[in-house]
Design a protein around this ligand. Structure first.
Ligand SMILES: Nc1nc2c(c(=O)[nH]1)N(C=O)[C@@H](CNc1ccc(C(=O)N[C@@H](CCC(=O)O)C(=O)O)cc1)CN2
Ligand SMILES: Nc1ncnc2c1ncn2[C@@H]1O[C@H](COP(=O)(O)OP(=O)(O)OP(=O)(O)O)[C@@H](O)[C@H]1O
Length: 216
């Protein structure tokens, strides 16, 4: 690693610790109230765009709780894809999930689609969701994102870019879901880091390309 890379990695590590601590300090009541608000806004936006499929994540630690969003999507007949990590390669497989019963505790203690292995029945590899709701420790309004430092989402995006799956279709929109306190001035970014198209917080929806903001 060059000196510059090491400096960037160090800034990321510091921001990770700071933001994880700050997020952990939100009370359970605050988390649940803010999560409900963000999920309502995220679903209202998804409906207005008539999305037929979304990729979401199941929350862990003090992350914004996506349960209300996933539940609403199921109720509305919107397809929900959830990831399962492959820790050895750093890849994620996507699975179509239709109920909480299809999940069990996986790597890192995160609830994941139970089906394992390449032939899992629920696995979808040739179909892209219309939108990807992304977890993170910190975001900035230009779409910068800081994750837990294993590059899972960066690799997923890179794999889609090289897969040919984008041909003739609009690429999925990448949307960071966050409490407003997770938005920082600037996330240190590497070239490989996936950029968000939009951010949704309890205050509303932000378009990271043009800075437009819609109150939620
Ligand atoms: N809900 C949710 N699911 C997700 C993610 C996420 O951020 N949130 N991920 C987003 O990519 C992936 C999981 N990424 C993770 C990466 C590292 C650690 C972790 O525990 N890291 C240690 C740090 C030390 C180490 O690197 O071993 C830690 O935080 O203690 C957890 C999850 C896939 N699924
Ligand atoms: N497309 C890729 N191919 C291979 N390695 C990658 C790719 N993207 C990122 N990585 C590697 O993943 C590691 C973590 O990257 P980074 O610190 O940006 O993670 P992050 O975005 O915060 O984490 P996450 O996506 O897991 O939440 C780095 O060592 C990086 O080199």
């Amino acid at each position: 690693m060059t000196g510059l890379h090491e400096e960037l990695a160090q800034r990321k590590r510091e921001l990770r610790v700071r933001q994880a601590t700050a997020r952990d300090n939100l009370s359970l009541g605050q988390r649940s109230e803010l999560s409900a608000k963000v999920c309502r806004t995220a679903w209202a936006w998804s409906e207005s765009e008539t999305l037929s499929s979304i990729m979401a994540y199941v929350s862990f630690r003090s992350e914004l709780n996506t349960r209300p969003l996933i539940t609403r999507a199921w109720e509305a007949g919107c397809e929900v894809l959830l990831p399962r990590v492959v820790p050895r390669s750093g890849a994620m497989t996507l699975h179509r999930v239709t109920s909480w019963e299809e999940l069990s505790v996986g790597t890192y203690g995160i609830m994941e689609p139970t089906a394992a292995g390449e032939n899992a029945e629920t696995m979808v590899s040739r179909k892209l969701p219309a939108a990807v709701f992304v977890p993170g420790l910190a975001f900035d309004i230009r779409g910068g994102r800081l994750g837990y430092g294993r590059g899972y989402y960066d690799r997923l995006r890179a794999s889609w870019e090289t897969s040919g799956l984008y041909e003739g279709v609009s690429p999925p929109l990448w949307i960071g879901l966050a409490y407003d306190m997770q938005i920082v001035e600037e996330v240190p970014m590497d070239d490989h880091d996936a950029i968000m198209d939009m951010l949704i917080t309890e205050h509303g929806v932000m378009n990271c390309h043009n800075g437009e903001f819609f109150k939620g």
